[in-house]
Design a protein around this ligand. Structure first.
Ligand code: XIL
Length: 391
C-alpha cells in the first residue's frame, strides 16, 4: 500500500514536472506549431473589445494579397483609411463615386467584420466645391446644411444595415476646447455637429454614431467633447462613442493622461475607442503632437535616423508602449469597445510621410514584409491575463 502511494506520488510529481517544462517550452516558443499556435489578435481579445485596422486601396482591391491575409486573420473590424472621405465619395457636386467604398463594404461583409465608415464631416479631405457657390463665394448657411444633409443621407443611406458605425464628425475642436474654425463652423455655426448626427441617424437609425478626434489628453479639448456629449444627450440625439485617434510617439501621450481620457469620457456615458493607433519611433519635429494632417516640416537626414532598421532598444520601447496602451484598455473594458490600428504594416503607414515626407518609420504591428513583430505575441499573452468583463 505504502509502495503504491509512493508510486502515485512520484507519478504526480512527474506530471507536475511535465506541465512546468511544457509551459516553459511553450513560453519560449520551442514546442511544435500545433501545440502552441498563437491565437490571433482578434481571438485573444474576443469578448473584451474589437480589434480593427484601417484598409488602404491596394488592400480593398485585393492587389496586396499578403496584407489582406493578415487583415482576415487578425482583425474583426475594418475602417477605410481614405476611400470614404468626401473628396473621394463626392469629388464633384452630386457626382458620387462608390467604386472603392462598395468593395470595402463587401470585403467586411464577406469576412463578418464590424465595418466603420470614416468620415462624414471633416475639414480635411473635403472637396472645395462643398463650401463655394456659383459666384465663387461661400455658400449660405441653408445651402451648406442642405449639401451636408445630401452627402450624409446619400452615403449613410447607401450602406444602411451594412456599415455598422460612422465617424460622423472628425476633429471639430482645437486643443484648447474652442471650436475649430472650419468652413462648417464659420458658415453654419456649432449646430453643424448635432445636425450631422441627426442626418446620420435618420439615414440609418441602427448604425452607431461616433465623434472622433486627436489629443484628447488636452484638458480643454476633452472638456469640450464631454460638453458636446452632454448637450447631445440632453437634446435626445444619438452619440454612442468617442474615438481617440491614437497617433502617438514613444513619449506622447503619458499613460496617465491616456487613462484619464478614457475614464472621463466613459463617465460621460459613451463608449470609448482608440480609432487610429500607430506609435512612431522616429523623432517628432514638433511639441504639440496632435494629428492635423496639414502640419508639415521639411526633411533633414537627422530626423530620419532608422532608414536601415530600428535598434533592438527602440523596438523594445515600442513593444512596451503598445503593451501599456493595451493594458490600460483592458483595465477599462467596461467602456473601451475597440482598438483600431491605422494600417497593417510599416511600409504602408501614413507616418512615413507625416508630418515630414519620405522618412522611414515603424509604427505598426507588422513589419514591411507583413511579418508580425514580437509585440503581437506579447499583446496576445497580455489579453490572457485579463478575464472578460461580464458587463
Ligand atoms: C490620413 C491617411 O492615413 C493618409 O493616407 C491621408 O493622406 C491623410 O489622412 N486623422 C484622420 C485620418 O482622421 O483620416 C487621417 O488619415 C490621419 C489623421
Amino acid at each position: 500500500m505504502l509502495k503504491k502511494q509512493r508510486i502515485m506520488s512520484l507519478k504526480k510529481h512527474l506530471y507536475c514536472l511535465y506541465l512546468v517544462v511544457f509551459a516553459a517550452l511553450s513560453w519560449a516558443g520551442c514546442t511544435s506549431p500545433e501545440t502552441t499556435a498563437m491565437p490571433t489578435l482578434k481571438d485573444a481579445y474576443a469578448g473584451k473589445f474589437r480589434i480593427g485596422t484601417a484598409m488602404n486601396t491596394d488592400q480593398i482591391t485585393g492587389t496586396d494579397a499578403a496584407s489582406v491575409a493578415v487583415i482576415k486573420e487578425h482583425f474583426n473590424s475594418i475602417v477605410a483609411e481614405n476611400c470614404m472621405k468626401s473628396e473621394i465619395l463626392q469629388p464633384r457636386e452630386g457626382k458620387f463615386d462608390f467604386t472603392l467604398s462598395d468593395q470595402f463594404v463587401e470585403f467586411g461583409t464577406a469576412n463578418q467584420q464590424f465595418i466603420v465608415g470614416h468620415t462624414l464631416v471633416w475639414h480635411s479631405q473635403t472637396p472645395s466645391w462643398f463650401f463655394v457657390g456659383e459666384d465663387g463665394r461661400d455658400v449660405s448657411r441653408e445651402e451648406l446644411i442642405a449639401r451636408m444633409k445630401h452627402h450624409i443621407t446619400t452615403v449613410v443611406g447607401r450602406y444602411k444595415g451594412k456599415v455598422h458605425a460612422w465617424d460622423v464628425v472628425n476633429e471639430a475642436f482645437e486643443d484648447d476646447g474652442s471650436y475649430r474654425k472650419t468652413k462648417f463652423f464659420t458658415i453654419i455655426g456649432k449646430e453643424y455637429i448635432p445636425l450631422a448626427f441627426e442626418f446620420a441617424r435618420t439615414a440609418d437609425p441602427n448604425a452607431e454614431l461616433y465623434y472622433n478626434d486627436y489629443s484628447m489628453y488636452h484638458e480643454g479639448k476633452r472638456k469640450a467633447v464631454i460638453r458636446l456629449i452632454e448637450e447631445m444627450k440632453s437634446a435626445g440625439l444619438r452619440i454612442d462613442a468617442v474615438g481617440m485617434h491614437g497617433h502617438y510617439t514613444l513619449a506622447y501621450p503619458s499613460l496617465n493622461s491616456f487613462a484619464q481620457s478614457i475614464q472621463q469620457l466613459g463617465a460621460a456615458g459613451v463608449q470609448v475607442m482608440v480609432t487610429e493607433l500607430d506609435i512612431s519611433v522616429i523623432p517628432s519635429p514638433y511639441e504639440m503632437q496632435g494629428a492635423e494632417i496639414s502640419t508639415r516640416f521639411s526633411y533633414t537626414p537627422e530626423k530620419d535616423p532608422y532608414t536601415e532598421g530600428i535598434p533592438d532598444s527602440i523596438a523594445k520601447l515600442q513593444t512596451d508602449r503598445y503593451k501599456d496602451f493595451f493594458k490600460v484598455c483592458l483595465q477599462h473594458q467596461d467602456v473601451v469597445s475597440r482598438i483600431t490600428v491605422w494600417g497593417v504594416n510599416d511600409l504602408q503607414s501614413w507616418r512615413n510621410d507625416w508630418p515630414i515626407k519620405g522618412r522611414t518609420d515603424y509604427p505598426l504591428l507588422f513589419d514591411r514584409k507583413n511579418q508580425p513583430k514580437p509585440v503581437m505575441e506579447e499583446l496576445v499573452r497580455l489579453a490572457s491575463q485579463y478575464t472578460v468583463n461580464p458587463g
